[in-house]
Design a binder for this molecule. Sequence first.
Ligand SMILES: Nc1ncnc2c1ncn2[C@@H]1O[C@H](COP(=O)(O)OP(=O)(O)OP(=O)(O)O)[C@@H](O)[C@H]1O
Ligand SMILES: [Mg+2]
Length: 381
Amino acid sequence: MSIHPLPPPKEPVGLGRLPVARWFLFTGAVAGVAFVAGAVVTMLMLAEAQALNPPPGVAAQMGRVHAALIVLFAVLLACGAGLAVIVRYAVLKPIDQLTDQVRQVAAGDFDHTLHVDRPAELAELSSHIDAMRDRIVSAWRVAADQAEELRRSNGELEQFAYVASHDLQEPLRKVASFTQMLEQRYGSELDERARQYIHYAVDGAKRMQLLINDLLDFSRVGRVTGERTVTDSGEALNQALDNLSATVEDTETTVTRDDLPKVKGNRLQLTQLFQNLIENAIKFRSEAPPRIHIGVKRSGDMWEFSCSDNGIGVEPKYADRIFLIFQRLHPRDVYPGTGIGLALCRKIVEYHGGQMWLDNSDEGQGATFRWTLPAAGDDDD
Ligand SMILES: Nc1ncnc2c1ncn2[C@@H]1O[C@H](COP(=O)(O)OP(=O)(O)OP(=O)(O)O)[C@@H](O)[C@H]1O
Ligand SMILES: [Mg+2]
């Protein structure tokens, strides 16, 4: 399985950089030297005392002290060596083993079992770490399976939306055109009510055509025209304004903007994003001529864009609903449209790895939409 290996561990600082074994060697060496020096000095002093011809009782006592010192020295030496062996084999080696195993797991082999069987404390620690590894890996597997399942069903849904909207177009076109032909050919023979019914049928068919086309556009995001390169978002905005030039002029709209950056994105989709937002800002205008500002600020690896207007605004309680496909807040005869624009914008932004939301923080007039897009790397310029 593939989880990214963990980053290398942080380097220890200060005295902590010295491995424990070195500390043991160092303190052992100091203790050994001190002890040998002490023993040698004592023996030399004993030898000097012997040379002074002490009385036989004192000489015998000194001989015993001499022997006791030699035995003590031998016992301490044996204890020191024993301690070194114990530390080496009962502590340092198992720690090394555990470190090797942990390193292997950290490097990406998440199925590697962690286990040392001595000493008791390390055995317990290793079994806790292994239980933790096991639980994390199981949880990760479940999450990975679910993500895969989600991706698959998402793909199927998109495919379904595409096929349905694509294949429904043809029969619908037939319904619309034959109903219109019916009206043209037999209109004079029909009464007013029949003509009204035909008008409703044609109107319904045309509306359905619009919805199906929108659905097709929606299902295309990320499936077709998906290439993302370094794109100048300012140029995408220029293109969108160009496409809307007639509307902008008719409505005396003023569009201002910050200096827009380069992003990693798809030019066509970014143009569509700006176009939908500006179209909305103009469509949902108030009495005053529309004023729209496109802003941008850096936020980590992303650029956060905003589109604010001086229009009728959106009530905060509808902040989520307006992004749903075919969801609108106004009747069609007041403001035309199918309700796909913002759903499409959000899908485009999410396809680019960003997020989009309605900014409720500003209680003033108008609406502000915000979205993030990945910045082009500094060396991508
Ligand atoms: N700038 C805005 N000011 C006020 N309301 C807005 C604004 N933008 C969107 N809305 C509200 O959000 C709803 C959804 O917008 P969306 O763009 O998805 O649909 P639409 O514009 O009604 O139709 P379409 O985009 O398909 O022509 C709109 O019906 C409107 O009520
Ligand atoms: Mg719209």
